[in-house]
Write a protein that binds this ligand. Structure first.
Ligand code: SAH
Length: 690
C-alpha cells in the first residue's frame, strides 16, 4: 500500500503530496500524534479507570460475565484497565495498524494477552459469532473517541453501529454520558477571527477606509471547528452575555442516532450586548450517577483546584452567522445543529419561525464570500490587527512615489489597496492560483471599495508572469506581507523570495522590495505544559507503556534530522531561558542564491529552568527602521514570561533530552546549534546540542 504525506513546498508555495516507501510506516502521524498527551492526562486516565472498575462491578453483581468492547484502543490502556478490574474478556479494536501492533506488544508486556484480543479493524468491520472477531456481543462498551468538539472524530456513527451490532441491549458504557455546554459572549478579539473589520488608513490626503464586501458580513463561514486553549484567553478579552447552559447530552449506554438533527435551548441574556460568539466545551460522566466526572470547563466556570492541562481536548469557539444585539432579560433561543461530525450555532429571537426554519438549520454552513476558505482564523486576526496595518502603511509611505508601479505577491492581500490609497500610480496583484481562488475574493474587496478598475488582478502565478500581464511596464515597487495559505512553518512564507526571484526580469533596476529582508530568530524556552505532548510516559496508571514511547521516539528520528513543528504559542505559556537570537537572514533585494547557506553557533542560557526546546520565528524588515515580528512580541518580566504574536504559529523544535539547570553555574551554560537553509528545497534543517 502506498502512503502519501502532505508537505508545504516553500519554493513553489504549493502543498505537495509525497509518496513514501513501504518502510515509512506512518512516522509523521505517529511523531505528531496525541497519544503521549492522552497518556499524560492523569485526570482523564484516573476517571476512566474508576468508571471502568465501577462498570465491571455492576455487571459482576448481576452475576454476568464481564465482556468488554474497547473501540479505538490505541495503546490498549482502557482494555488493560478493564482486565485488571476483573473483566472476563476484552475485545480491543484499533483501526490504525501501527497502533494496533503497538497494542499487541503492550498488552503482552503487561501480561494480559490471554484476556485481551486486539482486532486491527475499524469497528464497523468487526464481526460477531463463533467464527467472528468477537465470540459474542459485549456487555461493557468502553471508548475514547472524542475530540474537542466531542463528535468530530466520528464518535456518533461508531456508537450507533456498536449498539446495533456489537453490544448487548442494556450494556454498561464508560463513559456513560457526555454533555455539551455553551455560553454566549461578545468578544471583539474573537470576532476579529471571523469577519474583516473596516481598515482605516491615514493617507496624506485624509483618512481612507477599506470596507469589507457585504457578502462577507452576512457569510455563515465554514463549519470547521475553531478549537483553542480558552484558558489562555484573559477575561478582559470577552464579555459574558449568558449563563452557562446545557446544550445537549448523549447517553452512550442506549442506542445512539448519528443522523443530522438540531437542539434548541432558551437563553436569557444576563447583560445587553452584541451576541457574536458561542463558547462551548463538554464533560463526560464515567458512571450513571455522574459522580465520576471529567470536564473541559474553562477557568471561570470550573471551581475545582485540581487543574489538568491537556491539548487533545480543548474548548470550542463558534461564530454566529452575524452579530446580533441582545437585551438583558430578553427571551432568546440558541440552536445547535449538527451532522455526523460537526456542529454549528444560530440565535433565534422569536419562537414562531422555528418550524419553517428546521430544514435550513440542518444544512451546514457554506462560505459564500470565499474569505473563510482563503483566510484561516489567525489570518483574519492579522488583517484586523491595526498596529500591523500601521507598520505597512508607514513603510509604504516611505517607499511609494507618484510614478510607482506596484506589484503585490501574497495570497489575498490588502496591500495593493493600501498602496493605491497611498498614491501609487498603478497597482497589481498576483498570487498562486492552484489551490484557492484568491482572485474572486480580491475582486469582491476591490468592488466594495470602487477599486475594480484601479487595481489589476493578474490571473497567473508569479513564475508565469509575462510582460503583457504587466502591460509592458516594469515593476518599481514589489510588495508582499508575505502570507501564503499553504504555509505551515514560519519560513514557508519564504516563497515570496522565490516568487521575487522568478519575476526579476520584470523589475526596474532600482526596484524597491518590501519587505526588503527577513530574518530567522531563535530562543531557548521552558514550557509550562506543552512539553508533555512530546515527552515519554514510562508507565501510565501502573501499566508499562514504554513501547509507545519507543515507537514515538523512533518516528521522531526517522529522518536524518528532527523537524520543527508549528504551534500558536500565545496558547502555550513558556519562559525564555536565553536571549532571542538572529540566526539567518534572507535578503529579498537579491535573488535566491544557488548555494545552501548555514550557520553554527551557540546561545547562552541566562535563566535557570528546563530547556525543553527552541522556538523559531521570522521577522520582516519592511523598510528602514520598520519591522514586523511573527513571533516574540516581548519578554514581559524578569521571570522570562513571553508574549507572542497571537496571529501566527511559531516553530517549536523539541529537544530529545531535557536539561535542567537548578543554578546557573550548574550544567551547560549554552546550547550549540547548527541551522541549514537548503535553497533548492526551501527547507530549514536544524540540530541542537545541549
Ligand atoms: N483508547 C486509547 C486511545 C484513544 S485515541 C486511550 O484512551 O488512551 C482513539 C483511537 O481510536 C485512535 O487510535 C483511533 O485510530 C481509533 N479509532 C477511532 N475510531 C475508531 C473505530 N471506529 N474503530 C477502530 N478504531 C478507531
Amino acid at each position: 500500500m502506498k502512503t502519501f504525506c502532505g508537505r508545504a513546498n516553500p519554493t513553489t508555495g504549493a502543498m505537495e503530496w509525497l509518496e513514501e516507501d513501504e518502510n515509512y510506516d506512518y512516522h509523521q502521524e505517529i511523531a505528531r500524534s496525541r497519544y503521549a498527551d492522552m497518556l499524560h492526562d492523569k485526570d482523564r486516565n484516573e476517571k476512566y479507570y474508576q468508571g471502568i472498575r465501577a462498570a465491571v462491578s455492576r455487571v459482576k453483581e448481576r452475576g454476568e460475565k464481564a465482556i468488554v468492547l474497547d473501540i479505538g484502543t490505541g495503546t490498549g490502556l482502557l482494555s488493560m484497565m478493564a482486565a485488571s478490574s476483573g473483566a472476563d474478556f476484552c475485545y480491543a479494536v484499533e483501526v490504525f495498524k501501527p497502533m494496533a501492533n503497538a497494542a499487541v506488544k503492550i498488552v503482552k508486556k503487561n501480561g494480559f494477552h490471554d484476556k485481551i484480543k486486539v482486532i486491527n479493524k475499524h469497528s464497523t468491520e468487526v464481526t460477531v459469532g463463533p467464527d467472528g472477531d468477537m465470540q459474542c456481543r459485549a456487555n461493557i462498551l468502553v471508548t475514547e473517541l472524542f475530540d474537542t468538539e466531542l463528535i468530530g472524530e466520528g464518535a456518533l456513527p461508531t456508537y450507533e453501529h456498536a449498539h446495533k451490532y456489537l453490544v448487548q441491549e442494556g450494556c454498561e458504557a464508560v463513559p456513560h454520558r457526555a454533555t455539551v455546554y455553551v455560553q454566549l459572549v461578545e468578544s471583539k478579539r474573537m470576532w476579529a477571527w471571523n469577519k474583516l473589520f473596516p481598515v482605516h488608513v491615514e493617507a496624506e490626503d485624509g483618512e481612507k477606509i477599506i470596507v469589507p464586501p457585504s457578502e462577507m458580513e452576512n457569510c455563515p463561514g465554514v463549519p470547521s471547528v475553531c478549537d483553542i486553549q480558552l484558558n489562555q484567553m484573559p477575561s478582559s478579552d470577552f464579555t459574558v452575555l449568558s449563563d452557562v447552559v446545557t446544550m445537549f447530552s448523549v447517553d452512550f449506554s442506549k442506542p445512539v442516532r448519528s443522523a443530522s438533527t438540531y437542539y434548541r435551548v432558551q437563553l436569557e441574556p444576563i447583560k445587553s450586548g452584541k451576541a457574536q460568539i458561542v463558547l462551548s466545551w463538554w464533560d463526560i460522566d464515567m458512571d450513571p450517577s455522574g459522580m465520576i466526572n471529567c470536564t473541559m470547563a474553562p477557568y471561570w466556570v470550573k471551581h475545582t483546584s485540581a487543574f489538568q492541562w491537556r491539548d487533545h481536548w480543548m474548548q470550542c469557539v463558534y461564530f454566529l452567522p452575524n452579530e446580533e444585539p441582545v437585551l438583558q432579560g430578553e427571551k432568546l433561543y440558541l440552536i445547535a445543529s449538527r451532522d455526523e461530525y460537526s456542529l454549528w450555532y444560530k440565535l433565534q429571537k422569536a419562537r414562531g419561525e422555528e418550524e419553517s426554519k428546521a430544514d435550513v438549520l440542518l444544512e451546514s454552513p457554506v462560505c459564500r464570500c470565499q474569505a473563510h476558505l482563503l483566510w484561516n482564523r489567525p489570518r483574519f486576526g492579522q488583517l484586523n490587527d491595526k498596529n500591523r496595518t500601521l507598520q505597512y502603511v508607514k513603510s509604504l509611505m516611505k517607499v511609494l512615489k507618484t510614478d510607482s508601479v506596484c506589484l503585490c505577491i501574497s495570497d489575498g492581500s490588502l496591500l495593493p489597496v493600501l498602496a493605491q490609497y497611498l498614491g501609487a500610480k498603478q497597482c497589481m496583484h498576483t498570487s498562486r492560483t492552484d489551490l484557492y481562488h484568491p482572485h474572486e475574493l480580491l475582486y469582491a474587496v476591490f468592488l466594495a471599495n470602487h477599486l475594480e478598475d484601479k487595481i489589476k488582478i493578474i490571473e497567473a502565478r508569479p513564475e508565469l508572469l509575462t510582460s503583457s500581464h504587466l502591460e509592458d511596464k516594469k515593476i518599481s515597487v514589489l510588495v508582499g506581507e508575505p502570507f501564503f495559505a499553504t504555509s505551515l512553518l514560519p519560513w514557508h512564507n519564504l516563497y515570496f523570495w522565490y516568487a521575487r526571484t522568478a519575476v526579476t526580469d520584470h523589475l526596474t533596476s532600482d526596484v524597491t522590495i518590501l519587505p526588503q529582508s527577513a530574518s530567522l530568530h531563535m530562543m531557548i524556552v521552558e514550557f509550562q505544559d506543552l512539553w508533555r505532548i512530546r515527552s515519554p510516559c514510562g508507565t501510565c496508571e501502573g501499566f508499562d507503556v514504554q513501547t509507545m514511547d519507543d515507537m514515538i521516539n523512533n518516528s521522531l528520528n526517522y529522518r536524518e534530522s528532527k523537524e520543527a513543528e508549528p504551534h500558536p504559542l500565545w496558547e502555550y505559556p513558556c519562559k525564555s531561558l536565553s536571549d532571542p537570537q538572529e540566526v539567518l537572514t534572507f535578503d529579498f533585494r537579491k535573488t535566491v542564491p544557488q548555494h545552501r547557506f548555514s550557520t553554527k553557533g551557540s546561545v547562552s542560557l541566562l535563566r535557570k529552568g528546563k530547556s525543553h526546546g527552541a522556538v523559531l520565528w521570522m521577522e520582516y524588515y519592511l523598510a528602514a527602521d520598520i519591522s514586523v515580528s511573527t513571533g516574540l512580541v516581548q519578554i514581559s518580566n524578569e521571570k522570562g514570561n513571553c508574549e507572542w504574536n497571537p496571529h501566527c504559529k511559531q516553530a517549536v523544535y523539541f529537544f530529545s533530552s531535557v536539561i535542567e539547570s537548578e543554578t546557573l553555574s550548574d550544567l551547560p551554560s549554552a546550547v550549540a546549534y547548527a541551522i541549514n537553509f537548503d535553497t533548492k528545497t526551501g527547507e530549514i534543517a536544524m540540530d541542537f546540542k545541549l
